[in-house]
Design a protein around this ligand. Structure first.
Ligand code: NAI
Length: 358
């Protein structure tokens, strides 16, 4: 069986650190196992354009493994050209880089390693909220420059205590963020999701659901985005919605870059409509060198907490999603049922509500 894996190149870091399992060098730790069963494994980071390894080998691969950190974009066109493709496995969580509707139509299954990195991301969200609210990045940059001017930082530094925090999407990650915010004594925790939290779960974190998105953002000091990218969430945070944010609110997005309009966010930050933006996800990955989110700033020269896409690929997360990919493949080879929570597209239909209400 031909298996194609599009992963990110780890360079010398991956040679030195074998726990970087999600790289082209360490190949999720599955090469020997696959080859011992007679399967062919092609691994590459070369994913763009018709001449790329991805676009050549997708034509006859039966299994495609991709990672959200260096997404191999499986477009409708490629789905149609892929003659043998039966199953796509996302090494991680978030399969928006795959044309899911095209996979439904063609009977291709799509699976993720659900839950594998949700704690990793939730921790990153809480860290990002704190670094924006407390104005951490400019403070650190000042120290590196050799300067010391406390008031330049303190004039835009606040406590998280007493603030209203809201999450757009309250699934595994969104809920874990609310759990991790408990000791900070926020004024209120809010969520916007078409799925209600079970009563005991919302009581446990003392969170209130807000049914209207404009209503949610207008009440929040901090907004965190934790829903998947799909037709209903692409560009959800756009110029119009940003007008309804509280002036000076902070926005954290570790879900997917394309959920927020890049130019509208950069303009809102520059104008001070929002005081900060942080996250690790970009509308195209790797992001171009001139992407506005790399350098955008608020009027005081701070408010940017952007990093490359890594929140869900800590070494702990890589161990979990590599093991999860192996288990999904094992089930596929032996015909065993897959874990229901891992199935995004089952046989010809969506198996989850997370990618939009249908
Ligand atoms: P989940 O499936 O447990 O939760 C997603 C929630 O979003 C669900 O409750 C769903 O009802 C809600 N939702 C969907 N559409 C919505 C909409 N239009 N408005 C409001 N809520 C909506 O997924 P999980 O595990 O919490 O992951 C969420 C997303 O986080 C992933 O799809 C992925 O895009 C991103 N992610 C990012 C990572 C990173 O490294 N930055 C790593 C893992 C996930």
């Amino acid at each position: 069986m031909k298996i194609l894996a599009i992963l990110y190149s780890g360079g010398s870091a991956a040679e030195e650190e074998k726990r970087l399992l999600g790289t082209t060098e360490n190949q999720l730790g599955i090469r020997d196992w696959l080859e011992s069963q007679g399967h062919e494994l092609i691994v590459s980071d070369d994913k763009e354009g018709p001449g790329s390894i991805f676009q050549q080998h997708i034509l006859d691969a039966e299994v495609l493994i991709t990672t959200p950190f260096h997404p191999g974009y499986l477009t409708r066109d490629l789905v149609e050209k892929s003659k043998n493709l039966k199953i796509c496995v996302t090494a991680g969580v978030g399969s928006d880089h795959i044309d899911l509707n095209a996979c439904v139509e063609k009977g291709i299954e799509v699976l993720e390693v659900t839950g594998s990195n949700v704690v990793s991301v939730a921790e990153h969200v809480v860290m990002s909220i704190l670094l924006l609210v407390r104005n951490f990045v400019p403070a650190h940059e000042m120290i590196e420059r050799g300067d010391w001017q406390v008031s330049d930082i303190a004039r835009n530094a606040f406590d998280l205590e007493g603030k209203v925090v809201g999450t757009i999407g309250c699934g595994r990650i969104g809920y874990r963020v609310l759990q991790r915010l408990q000791p900070f004594n926020c004024k209120e925790l809010l969520y916007y999701d078409y799925a209600d939290l079970p009563a005991d779960a919302s009581k446990a974190v003392n969170a209130r659901r807000v049914a209207d998105l404009k209503d949610l953002v207008s009440q929040c000091d901090v907004i965190t985005v934790n829903c998947p990218l799909h037709e209903g969430t692409r560009n959800l945070v756009n110029a119009e919605l940003l007008k309804h944010f509280k002036k000076g609110a902070w926005l954290v997005n570790t879900a997917r870059g394309a959920i927020c309009d890049k130019d509208a966010v950069a303009a809102a930050l520059k104008a001070g409509q929002i005081n900060g933006y942080a996250g690790d996800v970009w509308n195209v990955q790797p992001s171009p060198k001139d992407h506005p989110w790399r350098t955008m700033k608020n009027p005081l020269g701070g408010g940017n907490g952007m990093v490359p896409h890594y929140s869900g690929t800590t070494l702990d997360a890589q161990a979990r999603y590599a093991a999860g990919v192996k288990s999904i493949l094992e089930n596929y080879f032996t015909g065993k049922p897959q874990e229901p929570a891992n199935i995004i597209i089952g046989k010809g239909k969506y198996a989850t509500k997370a990618y939009g209400q249908r």
